[in-house]
Design a protein around this ligand. Sequence first.
Ligand code: PEP
Ligand code: MG
Length: 571
Amino acid sequence: MLKGIPVSEGIGIGRAYIIKKTQSDYENKPVENKESEKTRLQKAIQTFCEKNEELAKRMENSSVAKEAEIIRGHAVMLNDPFMISQMEENVDTGMCAEAACESVLNMFKEIFLSAEDELTRQRAADIEDIKSRLLAIMTGTESNLLSELPDNTILVAEELTPSMTAEIDKDKVCGIITEKGGKTSHSAILARAMGIPAVLSVPNVLSKLVDGLDVIIDGEEGVILEDPDEKEKKEYIEKLEVLIEEKQIHMAFANRKTITADGIEKSLFCNVGKLDDAVTAVEKSGEGIGLFRTEFLFMGRDSAPDEQLQFETYKKAAQLFPEGEVIVRTLDVGGDKAISYLEMEQEENPFLGFRAIRYCLHNTELFRTQLKAAVRASAFGKIAIMVPLVTQVEEIRAVRALVDTIKKELENDGTPYDANIKIGAMIETPAAGLIADILAEECDFFSIGTNDLTQYTMASDRGNSKISYLNNYFEPAVLRSIRHIIQCGNRAGISVGMCGEAAADPMMTPLLISFGLDEFSVSPGAVLKTRCNISKWSKKDADKVTETVMKCKTAAEVMKILKYSQNKYPF
Ligand code: PEP
Ligand code: MG
């Protein structure tokens, strides 16, 4: 049995198909005619961009439509004038086109790899993808085998690149295993988008599996069985049948209210990054948007989106949910989210640095533009404003003061807006958790960001796989914090939501019901499963389990009880 990081749930039973790296060998001899070599380089870049666009278009017509932008990003990277000039300078020194581009792309890869944060480091995989495709074009060694795979294929690769995924036929591929990559790598994002079970970061898997070998992959447990025997096959076929059955059960929860077993109504919202995701949220029966990660509107561009563009986006999102709220989180830049044109300085500790609300309150022009767009959009639906990374009550006061001046301006101009637009805080730092009673007096709502709350409470970088064992919201420290935050919100009579990943975890559901969480915000794909899980628990049963859990001293004990109660309370 092999183990890795589970990143896309589901079970795959099939045969291994090993993706070997294409060797694009070339003869590295000095060139005589530098101009014609530069022309060859430019032609290869042009061909790359054309093929890239073809791939992106193909992706747009598939289940990974939204990820086509990742592929388009490759052409943007390769067309960077600095990158091209470096390659041409290399040719001027006598290097052939292949060597010129390989050396520059290796240099960029090193730069990414030396970055502080995991997300930037993972962009090195994109550079590697660009390099091997560009070299294959130059050497005429392109291969295209992924489009012709047999049924029940389990792909095994060093790393699944975005361009490879564009070729994958998800009806043929039932599992993905890689040697590299983590939960936030492109391999993981794409596998989840395609709904293919995936286990990544499996040490030396390429040397442990061979082409055609029977393999079972469990994308929930992160387990791979090589050459399983009949008993193991039977066991996993049964597991798979249960999963398929569960999916069918979840379908019955579409277009329903979200209600506990004893009739308490909850709000079930979605986390989105773009307007497209909001459309998916409607399709998946989400009741509103609990977290609009607006930084995605600012990414992949040369300058910040203007007020009108932001207004149109928030307005359209609000109109998609005539009943439910759309909670616009203000720009959460910094930490692991870099936006090049904002020219933020390199910092020793970016996660503890000049980011999110801290940055926005010092860049008021940019911030006012966003707030004004959101306030204007409030005339068209239930828009709410949510402030990320709050640590002091003054931050909420400052946002409220800005919103008040914006409201006055709009009033003077005769522009409509919702006078009662809500302003809330993301509770995702230990500081905000500890002063939740104070914040509750000045906020209209809370939303608990368990991803950051866990990383800051446990003092463990959420992207660092070496300490991922600490990044666990079942740690008693995190659970106590969550309970306290919800209690403070409840006492003050404001709505408390949760938009971190924990909101969709079925093991968390009884605790959240017992603590009194009002709103769950999950990725669109998790709506039906979450609604189903909430429907299984009455407050009384949830309280019983929670009482025991809150006496536990370790996360391991907590998880054991919650796992057991999952099986005990399918009702
Ligand atoms: C969180 O921190 O829990 C959260 C939802 O926000 P993000 O993951 O965007 O930091
Ligand atoms: Mg956060």
